[in-house]
Design a protein. Structure first.
Length: 202
C-alpha cells in the first residue's frame, strides 16, 4: 500500500480558520506530472530531514510538497503573493513566525503547519496535505467523499505530492545496500510502502 492509499483512506500514520477562509493562491509554477523524475537539491535535503524529525512529519512528504509548491525554488513568488520554497502567504508566515524567503525557515514552517494539520485531522495525511493547499477549516473534510468536493487544483496538488513522495520512497533503497528504516511519525513507525506499487488517484 502506498502513501496516497494510506492517506486517502484516512489511516492514522501517527498510530502505526473557518469555512469562509480564503483559498490558498495558485501554485507559483505548473508542476510536472506525478511520477516524473526530479531531484531534491542537496543543500535543502538535511533541512527536510531535520524538520520532519522535529515535528514528526514524513520528510519525503515535505520534500514532495516543496516540489509541488515551487519546484524547489526559494525565490518563487505567486501572482497573489505567496513566496518562497514552501509558498507561504504573509499571514501564514507570521502565524508560524518564519521568514518565508529563508529556505530553511520555510521548510521548518511547513513542517510545523503540517504537524498542526495532522493533529487537527487525527493523523490523516491526505487531509493534512489538502489543508496546506486549500485551508484547514472546510466543512468538506467531514464528508466521506471530501476529495471529490475539493477544488481541481487541490486534487491535482494531492496527486503531485503523493506521486512525488511515492517516487522518493521507491528511490530510497537504491541509495543504500541496507533497507531504509521506517519513517518515524509522532514517535511511531509509519506503515511501509510496497515497492513498485503505482499510486491510484481518486
Amino acid at each position: 500500500m502506498n502513501l496516497f492509499q494510506l492517506a486517502s483512506r484516512g489511516i492514522d500514520l501517527d498510530a502505526l480558520p473557518d469555512e469562509s477562509a480564503p483559498e490558498r493562491e495558485p501554485l507559483a509554477f505548473e508542476p510536472s506530472p506525478a511520477g516524473s523524475r526530479f531531484a531534491v537539491p542537496q543543500e535543502f535535503d538535511a533541512a527536510f530531514q531535520a524538520a520532519g524529525d522535529e515535528y514528526g512529519v514524513d520528510p519525503d512528504v515535505l520534500r514532495a510538497m516543496a516540489f509541488a509548491e515551487s519546484n524547489f525554488n526559494p525565490k518563487a513568488e505567486s501572482p497573489k503573493g505567496a513566496v518562497g520554497l514552501m509558498q507561504f502567504m504573509p499571514g501564514t508566515a507570521e502565524r508560524f513566525g518564519i521568514n518565508p524567503l529563508d529556505p530553511v525557515e520555510s521548510i521548518f514552517g511547513a513542517a510545523a503547519y503540517m504537524r498542526a494539520n495532522l493533529e487537527k485531522f487525527d493523523g490523516d495525511y491526505g487531509k493534512a496535505v489538502a489543508a496546506y493547499n486549500w485551508g484547514e477549516n472546510r466543512k468538506a473534510y467531514d464528508a466521506e467523499d471530501w476529495q471529490s468536493l475539493a477544488p481541481k487544483e487541490t486534487q491535482g496538488y494531492l496527486k503531485t505530492v503523493f506521486g512525488a513522495a511515492d517516487e522518493l520512497k521507491l528511490r530510497a533503497p537504491q541509495a543504500s545496500t541496507e533497507a531504509a528504516p521506517a519513517v518515524k511519525v509522532g514517535g511511531k513507525a509509519s506503515p511501509e510502502l510496497t515497492p513498485g506499487e503505482a499510486a491510484p488517484f481518486f
